[in-house]
Ligand binder design. Structure first.
Ligand code: ITT
Length: 188
């Protein structure tokens, strides 16, 4: 049977897939999508959450997969919402975050990409520094309208080249180097 994709992105969030697909396309890797709700454990470690999610995704799909776990860490809130970013976005959203942040606005986005197949579990992480804007700017998903990456005046929602500099781009670049090497050494 003809296999459409060698690698799948498993997530409940189509925005994350769209960006990951676009980024991996630029490295010559085709990425399929499996929209699934994954088990997300409560932990302060994004890596632990990501690796549990990846094992769950592989056991449900039985295909080589990657998953991604992200967090927005705000310095003046001691790293909140961090591992709870998804829940906090759904509950208090960007309006709620803006109310909590005062004069100190430094923050970072962290991304962990975890690959899992029958034999291998491997994680790649990256961070991107920035600040929380004073108000929401631009139309984007998640925290895009309130996150201004370092060396920019615009939010993620306003810039055109998000996929060339984001936390997701940096983690996927590390993953791609490893993955392409792995394919090469397995003779594919
Ligand atoms: P999964 O099914 O893949 O877990 P999720 O949306 O729950 O999807 P995460 O657990 O990684 O994903 O949650 C991170 C949250 O952080 C996510 O829901 C967004 O609200 C936010 N986020 C992550 N990356 C972002 C980005 O590039 N731009 C804006 N918001 C982002």
């Amino acid at each position: 049977m003809h296999k459409l994709f060698d690698l799948y992105f498993v997530s409940s969030n189509p925005h994350k897939y769209k960006e990951a697909k676009n980024i991996l396309d630029s490295f010559g890797i085709k990425l399929g999508f499996l929209k699934l709700d994954l088990e997300e454990i409560q932990s302060t470690s994004l890596k632990d959450i990501a690796e549990k999610k990846a094992k769950d995704a592989f056991s449900k799909s039985k295909k080589p997969i990657i998953i991604e776990d992200d967090g927005l860490f705000i310095d003046s809130l001691n790293g909140f919402p961090g591992p709870y970013s998804s829940y906090v976005f759904k509950t208090i959203g960007n309006k709620g975050i803006l109310k909590l942040v005062s004069s100190k606005r430094k923050a970072k986005f962290v991304s962990i990409i975890t690959y899992c197949d029958k034999k291998t579990l491997e994680s790649f992480d990256a961070k991107l520094d920035g600040i929380i804007s004073k108000s929401q700017k631009g139309k984007g998903w998640g925290y895009d309208p309130i996150f201004i990456p370092k060396n920019s005046r615009k939010t993620f929602a306003e810039i055109e080249n998000k996929n060339k500099l984001s936390h997701r781009f940096k983690a996927l670049k590390k993953f791609s180097n490893w993955y392409l090497h792995k394919l090469e050494s397995s003779g594919r």
